[in-house]
Each structure stands twice: as C-alpha cells, then as structure tokens.
Design a protein around this ligand. Structure first.
Ligand code: ARG
Length: 459
C-alpha cells in the first residue's frame, strides 16, 4: 500500500516499523473529534473561497457518512495508515474520490491532532467537573444527616479532639471544591483552537482561523503557530489536576478502609461496593475503596510520563508528542470511573453513629477541654496543660477516663475545678463549644453546609 506521504520515498517501511510508529490503536478514540475538526476546516475553506462550494459539499457529505459509520463502530482502521488522521483521509478518498484529497489544504496533522486533543479534553473536563459536583452533593446530604454525630478527630492517627462527623466530611467537600475549581479554571487554556497553525508556521492560504475556531465552539485561538502545535501544557495541567484529585480520593478511601475494619467499625460499606474472600467465609473487603486508592498510582505515573516526554523536545512538533495520548485517555477513564464509584460508595455506606460516639467517650480526647477550663479561669495555659497531663496519667494508671475521676481528686490538682467540669468533659459539649469560625461547633458546621450548598447550586 502506498503512503499518503509517500512521494519522496523510494523504499516502503517494514510492517513492524509501521506498527511501532502507528497510533491508530489508541487515537481512534479521537475519531469523532477529528471528523468534527475536518468539518469545521472544510466549511472555513469554502467560506474563504479556497475550495468551491461543490468541492466543499462533496467533502462534507463524505465526512458526515464517516461520522455516522464511526458512531455505529462501522469504520475499519489500519496501522498501515498510521493514525486516525490519515486513516480518515484515506477512508474519505475511498468514499468520495480524489476530491477528498483537498480536505488537507492549508492544514497539517500537527494542528489537526492538537485540535482533536483540545476538543476531546474540553468535553471530558466539563464532564469531570459535573461528576465532582455530584460527589459534593452526595457528601453534603450525608453531612446534613450527621451534624450532631460525635466523631473522634485525629492527629498523627491518635485521638485528638472530638468533632462533628459532618465537619470531617465537609473537609473533603472543601478539597473537592478546589479540585472542581482547578479543572474549571484550566478550561480557559483548553478552550483554544490550534487549527490553522499548519505544520508550525501558518499557511499561505487566506484562511480564517477565528471562523473555524468559532465553528468548533472554541473561545479563541492560539496566538503563536509554533506554540499551537507544540503545546501540551493543557494536558499536563489536566494530569496534574487529576493527580491532586486522585490524592484526595485516595486519602478518603484510606479512611473508609480503616473505618470499615474490625478495629474501628465506624462504617459499613454497602454490599455492592465490597467483595468476599474465596477462602475466608467471614470476609467483607472494601475492594472498591482499595482499588481507587490503588489507581492513584497510574494517574501520577501518567503525569510524570508526560513531563518527561516533554522536557527534551525542541520546538515544534516531534513524534515524541504522540506519547501524550494513552496517559490522557486512561486518566479520563480512571477519573470518571473513580468519581462515579466513589459517590455511590459514600451514598450507600452505613454510618454507625453509636460506635463513633462511644469511641469518643473512651479516650482522653476531652483533655484539652479541661486545660481550656483552667485557662479560662485565669491559670496560664502552659500550667493548665501540666495539671491536666498529670490527671491523665493518674487515669491511665487507674485504667479509668477523665469523666470517672472524682471531684475531690480534681480539687487536689487545682481548686479552680468545680462540679461543672463533668459537663465540659462531655464530647458533645466539647464539639459544640468550638464555635470559632471554621470550627466544629454545630452552628459553624450548619453554616458551612449551607454555604457550600449555595455555592454549588447558584452556578
Ligand atoms: N499521530 C500523530 C500524533 O499523535 C499525529 C501528528 C503527526 N504529525 C507528524 N508530523 N508526524 O502526534
């Protein structure tokens, strides 16, 4: 078979070389975007009188036929034609004859592939933002139900201070909100048309780049033709934003896995999101959470892979850039899948409020309350810390909790202690009194939930 670029060659490449260089096995994902780009290009060529009305309409008709076949998965591609662009051009010529060869006037595969990638990513980033917002919604509904659920807050994975379970969930809502903002903000740079940059230097044909950009729904065009064909920053940003999002999902999954263990028993996953063991009949494994945590690795890998691909490439297009695709496609599939599964997992999990609340009564996470109590009665906080630390030690030695210590013993430690310490020591009081802005007090948490809902739905 002759190559579409075969004119200056005397030898044809070996089949295995063809296969090594070909990207059709993966860039066929771009089939619809590629046809869409071609339709805009040919419409622009006609408007600028570069092609006649008759030529343009034959080409458009041919492209429409290909688009319909593509949607029905009826097109057959071959590694012989390297990539989606040349495969489609060949199919178009087969469909409508030599006039199909006019489509590539004033265009190069370099601006063509970049255009496809921008179209593809724009669509998926918008979808991903929607999926993140859906997850925020699910979390907000859960948070609403658990404002007054008392939960052990941790630092260093040691019980630190009791918090509202909703407050814990709302911390993740803040993270996901930042993720959605990052993706949305990156759209500014994705939503640009490289089409018409040509191979690298623009073209001699009197094209109208703004017109084809507008037909494709882009918000503007790349200013510099060399940048247009060699820029892959927008994909790097996508991979980087996706890495941060995966890191958030992974941290949350780690917690869900811990919480579903026998040791914690704070939640139970719905059966849909868990699996059994082939040998141990009692097992219920939080597989989906583990898998999302595990998939974080491949997304980080794709980011690092592309950074490394790009670091040594001189301007402008180099074949290295073909390596930008598989990681991007895989990241899209991974992120869309993880967000969907994760939201379902949260929505259906059982929160064991009694276990959580009981846990907060069987630890020393109310020790700060006691130190604050003394400090509010005038004792320097550092001194109060020491007094309470000693009382904690007494309890540990006696195998009891601060709540169980008799008032006389408190009085011995400091005469500032009164009967009301037992109220102060209650985890619920401890949570509700932390009413500083952004704190875990019930009023603050309710405010935070309302604010997040307003922000999410006002858009
Ligand atoms: N398959 C190529 C890629 O994905 C398309 C661009 C090819 N351009 C070229 N000059 N070889 O990067």
């Amino acid at each position: 078979m002759t190559k579409l670029w075969g004119g200056r060659f005397t030898k044809r490449p070996e089949q295995w070389i063809d296969e090594f260089g070909a990207s059709i096995s993966f860039d066929q994902h771009l089939v619809e975007e590629d046809i869409e780009g071609s339709l805009a290009h040919v419409t622009m060529l006609e408007k600028c009188s570069i092609l006649s009305g008759d030529e343009a309409s034959q080409i458009k008709k041919g492209l429409q036929t290909l688009l319909e076949k593509a949607k029905k998965k009826e097109l057959t591609f071959s590694a012989q034609y390297e990539d989606i662009h040349l495969n489609l051009e060949k199919l178009l010529i087969d469909e409508i004859g030599p006039v199909g060869g006019k489509l590539h006037t004033g265009r190069s595969r370099n601006d063509q592939v970049a255009t496809d990638m921008h179209l593809y990513l724009k669509k998926h980033v918008q979808q991903i933002v929607g999926l993140i917002e859906n997850l925020e919604d699910v979390l907000l509904t859960k948070a609403d139900q658990h404002v007054e659920t008392i939960f052990p807050g941790y630092t260093h994975l040691q019980r630190a201070q009791p918090v509202s379970f909703a407050h814990h969930l709302m911390a993740y809502v803040s993270m996901f909100k930042r993720d959605a903002e990052r993706y949305a903000e990156s759209l500014k740079r994705i939503d640009l048309s490289p089409l018409g940059a040509g191979a690298l230097a623009g073209t001699t044909f009197p094209i109208d780049r703004h017109y084809s950009a507008e037909l494709l729904g882009f918000n503007g065009i790349y200013q510099n033709s060399m940048d247009a064909v060699s820029d892959r920053d927008f994909i790097l940003e996508f991979l980087s934003n996706s890495s941060i999002l995966m890191m958030h999902l992974s941290r949350f999954c780690e917690e869900l896995i811990l919480w579903s263990s026998q040791e914690f028993q704070f939640i139970e996953m719905d059966d849909t999101y868990a699996t059994g063991s082939s040998i141990m009949p009692q097992k219920k494994n939080p597989d989906m959470a583990e898998l999302i945590r595990g998939k974080t690795g491949r997304v980080y890998g794709h980011l690092f892979s592309l950074l490394t691909v790009l670091k040594g490439t001189p301007l402008t297009y180099n074949k290295d850039l073909q390596e930008d695709k598989e990681g991007m496609f895989d990241t899209v599939t991974t992120i869309e899948g993880c967000l969907t599964i994760f939201a379902g997992m949260i929505e259906t999990m059982t929160v064991k409020t009694n276990v959580m609340e009981k846990a907060t009564k069987q630890d020393f996470s109310n020790a700060t309350e006691l130190a604050d109590y003394l400090a509010s009665k005038g004792m320097p906080f550092r001194e109060a810390h020491e007094v309470v630390g000693k009382l904690v030690l007494v309890c540990i030695q006696k195998n009891i909790y601060l709540m169980d210590l008799p008032l006389e013993q408190y009085k011995e430690a400091s005469d500032l202690f009164e009967e009301d310490i037992y109220h102060v020591l209650s985890p619920k009081t401890a949570v509700n009194r932390r009413n500083s802005a952004g704190g875990t007090g019930f009023e603050q948490v309710k405010k935070a939930i309302q604010l997040a809902k307003d922000e999410l739905h006002e858009k």
